[in-house]
Write a protein that binds this ligand. Structure first.
Ligand code: ZN
Length: 497
């Protein structure tokens, strides 16, 4: 290993540590920090990220990186390290400082305004800010560079190597699988899920979820769960991976499935190989692959019959008054109710991806100037009607619902659906190697699933590109067919189609 490479590693480890320290401050802000800390905290975080950015983009890093590239030992992990380091360096240096600064200024105001606009149901308040954000994203894409479409440059930030040319056919297939299924389900009697809105004590929900996390394999010696307004997962290395949840007494699903979802992200980070920890290769490879882990635990596991065969009686014991008259079958149907609705984060498995496709299409149209910011709410509502057969009652339940655009993120949404698609491919693959896995889960035995994911996904960190990892783990490229079959089989049975 060359001297330059060792020095490069050390330097990037410093950058990494600064970013991790920033992440601790961020976690604290979202969990325990008193309101009065906002101002000084934002300055502390800005200082840390400024120093990290300076170190990453400095002449010295640039030289070490070029030298190490020229004179590398050819080992797989060295090559991977250099690929990821180059990607991070290029991303940080391609964006002009003025654009980075403008983005931060515009989005910090836009977030505030967005929250007010949503509360007041007043799109016109947010529109001028969205206008700026679309323009900033256009310039960001131009600075990052792309071959075919502006969107490709933005998407690549979250999902390396993914392009519209690959996504368009994937989303077309996903639409063709989802829309007819939704229409068939709509002709069946609706499932009554009112039992999930009975009064459920928050702390009891939390302790039940923690027991489930423990059984699934979440390592509480290397992680913890706290409360926050919006659930999230963060980590400061594989030895300290934290998730949050929220407790809603009139919604049994929110804490339970939210915890399972964030646990899926956390298990990925806890499973990174120890020798990759603390540097550029230590961490999940892309948002899509990350989301495949969270969705797999939330849905393929958490909303499965097998899982509740084991867990339902225990849940009933915790909530004996609320669930005494609810059978396991009725409960299973309630948590899998399909109903087109306006809000993405509340969407069921069948309708969810249409919310994503809508956003993907609108982002493209906005970026390429086919759609104006002024006309966007109308376009949103028209697509909702076309895909899901519902029209939002107002913009707060329509175009103003998500935080993403206000923080400047365009090109992010597709990763949610990529995660769903991949989760089914992975699930099938595990079943091929362990055909009895569902019986084992029904007995509360998770000894197959997590080790399989560790072996085939988690431990690699960023050694492989997302595409290489998918190919390696599933034996094929990203493929909608297993996910379409999963939806049709599962919901076909539930709705008797
Ligand atoms: Zn997630």
């Amino acid at each position: 290993m060359s001297e330059q490479f060792t020095q490069l590693q050390a330097r990037l480890a410093d950058v990494h540590n600064l970013n991790m320290a920033g992440a601790v401050l961020d976690w604290d802000q979202q969990t325990y920090m008193p309101q009065g800390g906002v101002q000084s905290r934002s300055e502390q975080r800005a200082t840390l990220s400024k120093i990290a950015h300076q170190m990453l983009t400095s002449e010295e890093t640039s030289k070490l990186l070029s030298d190490a590239e020229r004179d590398n030992d050819g080992y797989e992990t060295t090559q991977a390290f250099l690929r990821v380091a180059r990607r991070e360096f290029d991303h940080a240096t391609k964006l002009p400082a003025a654009l980075v600064e403008e983005t931060s200024r515009v989005t910090s105001i836009a977030q505030e305004v967005w929250a007010q606009a949503r509360a007041a149901n007043e799109y016109s308040m947010f529109a001028p800010h969205l206008e700026k954000i679309v323009d900033i994203n256009r310039r960001t894409a131009q600075a990052l560079g792309y071959e075919d479409k502006l969107y490709d440059a933005l998407l690549d930030q979250y999902e390396e190597g993914m392009t519209c040319a690959q996504l368009d056919p994937i989303f077309k297939q996903l639409k063709e699988a989802s829309i007819p299924l939704i229409q068939k389900i709509a002709q069946q009697p609706a499932i009554d899920d009112s039992v999930l809105a009975r009064d459920y004590d928050g702390q009891t929900q939390k302790s039940f979820a923690e027991r489930v996390l423990d059984e699934c394999g979440f390592d509480f010696n290397r992680g913890r769960q706290d409360l926050s307004v919006h659930p999230f997962c963060t980590n400061f290395g594989r030895g300290d991976v934290r998730i949050t949840t929220r407790l809603n007494t009139n919604d049994l699903q929110s804490a339970l499935f939210g915890s399972l979802h964030e646990m899926g992200h956390a298990l990925y980070e806890q499973g990174i190989a120890p020798d990759l920890d603390g540097n550029v290769l230590g961490g999940g490879v892309s948002l899509g692959v990350h989301e495949s882990q969270s969705r797999l635990w939330e849905n393929q596991v958490g909303r499965s019959r097998a899982f509740w065969k084991h867990n339902y009686r225990r849940l009933q014991e915790k909530f004996s008054t609320q669930l005494s008259d609810v059978s396991e079958d009725d409960f299973y149907r309630a948590i899998n109710k399909v109903e087109p609705s306006c809000i993405r984060v509340e969407a069921d498995e069948v309708t969810y991806n249409l919310h994503i496709i809508l956003r993907y299409e609108m982002e493209n149209d906005l970026l390429e100037g086919r759609l104006s910011v002024a006309d966007a709410p109308e376009a949103w509502n028209a697509k909702m009607q076309q895909y899901l057969g519902v029209t939002p009652p107002d913009d707060a339940h329509g175009i103003l619902q998500d935080v993403h655009w206000s923080i400047g993120a365009m090109g992010y949404f597709p990763t949610y659906s990529l995660g769903n698609i991949l989760s089914a491919q992975l699930w099938n693959r595990v079943l091929e190697s362990a055909p009895n896995m569902e019986d084992q889960i029904a007995r509360g035995d998770f000894s197959v699933l997590l080790p399989w994911l560790r072996e085939n996904i988690h431990r690699f960190g960023k050694i492989y590109t997302p595409k290489q990892l998918v190919q390696r783990a599933t034996g094929s490229p990203l493929d909608v067919a297993p996910y379409a079959k999963y939806l049709n089989d599962k919901f076909g049975t539930i709705y008797g189609l």
